[in-house]
Design a protein around this ligand. Sequence first.
Ligand code: AP5
Ligand code: MG
Ligand code: ZN
Length: 215
Amino acid sequence: MNVVLFGPPGAGKGTQAKELSQKYDIPHISTGDILRANVREGTELGLKAKEYMDKGELVPDQVLIGLIKDRLEEPDCANGYLLDGYPRTIPQADALDDILKEISKPLDVVVNIDVSDEELIGRLSGRRMCKCGESYHIMFNSPKEEGVCNACGGQLYQRDDDREDVIRQRLVVYSEKTKPLIDYYEEKELLVNIAGNGTVNEVFEAISEIMDRYK
Ligand code: AP5
Ligand code: MG
Ligand code: ZN
């Protein structure tokens, strides 16, 4: 099953992809997570990407296209993939199309998680992360003990780009550069919209119903 999980910052792509990847046994490929891992490790890519990420801007297309090509060629993508955070521009989508033709793994569906702007700001400003990969929300998904990860006991922190001014910039960049992909995939008859304002479980059920069609 070859799926793009699409939606604005804070739509719940990461939250849903983590569960869906387990349920359908396909790898969750988050370009944001890959870039943040590079930032943590201080790689050349990480150092370059951080300049853009901290401002809420997109990392240049050529960097992302190379990164996603390498990732999709890995053996764990043999039975499919779940993309989260890629593509984010028309050139990225065109490049993806070429890559997928080359490896004969065309997209089955693009699921667009639709969430209102007010809700997005609330979700992002309340998000807390753990270095083990778990993600929480101070109101909607709070850990048992404040500031401490349920899974590993690690100390929770806020993502550098979850400050209010950077959140607003990410939403502007989404509207200008990423949102046009909704029409792009609609024209290709690959887009399915789902309401993303419900609870995590409601959204999970809605996406599962769509993905079940492609099992
Ligand atoms: P990336 O990491 O992809 O960030 P994003 O797209 O801004 O999305 P988020 O991860 O913030 O949101 P999400 O939809 O995953 O929401 P989540 O599930 O965490 O990218 C970061 C940066 O990297 C970019 O700005 C750019 O610089 C760079 N980058 C990455 N990919 C790139 C690309 N392809 N090209 C160029 N640059 C790229 O949920 C958010 C919060 O809400 C959590 O606290 C969660 O607990 C809560 N929540 C989730 N669902 C619900 C629900 N249903 N109800 C209530 N709360 C909920
Ligand atoms: Mg995410
Ligand atoms: Zn943890």
